[in-house]
Ligand binder design. Sequence first.
Ligand SMILES: Nc1ccccc1C(=O)C[C@H](N)C(=O)O
Ligand SMILES: [Zn+2]
Ligand SMILES: [Zn+2]
Length: 209
Amino acid sequence: MRIWDISQVVRPDMPVWPGEPPVRVMRNVEIGDGCPVNVGEIDAPLHAGTHADAPLHYAPDGAASADCDLAPYIGRCVLVDVRHAAARVEMGDVDWDAVAGAERVIFRTYDRFPAEVWDSDFTAIAPDVVARLREGGVRLVGTDAPSLDPETSKTMDAHHEILAGDMRILEGLVLDDVPPGEYELIALPLKIAAADASPVRAILRELAK
Ligand SMILES: Nc1ccccc1C(=O)C[C@H](N)C(=O)O
Ligand SMILES: [Zn+2]
Ligand SMILES: [Zn+2]
């Protein structure tokens, strides 16, 4: 069955959230002079690239990445194309028939994912859309944007609708080549203690016919 890799490349020059330190990938030990191995090290903001927010990101007593149940991050999901949305994905932008009964919904907002430059004007998700998804039984909401809320948000309203249903979030997905439809999602957060987010290797797999 076909696999779509919907993850960004983690690299030193990747765009990160304004004010965050850059990603660094170092080589601490090199093969040669009696040393049999190369050994590297990575230093990256937890929200860099394709990642899963933990509840700790938007709730002071929220669960950290290491403490999140894995079930929301594996299973059937519906990918919806909302490239027609403006500043936010609003109720009228969503094909509610397509997401009916879905446990996981991921939104495509970009024609082409901006891999080279930071996009401050990304398409957010309106809080009432998240609330409607929660009421419909959705456990996980994903997006190719770097956040559910606008970059300048001080209230994180969409994140708080997620919190109200203890739902999970994927951000920074790369959905350019994936047709709308139903897939198997696999995108497991790393078991990082006290972390408010974790990088994930997100994939979509075709469902068995
Ligand atoms: N680094 C930040 C600093 C301040 C506010 C937000 C961020 C984010 O990274 C956004 C995050 N991806 C989010 O889950 O909305
Ligand atoms: Zn995030
Ligand atoms: Zn977020």
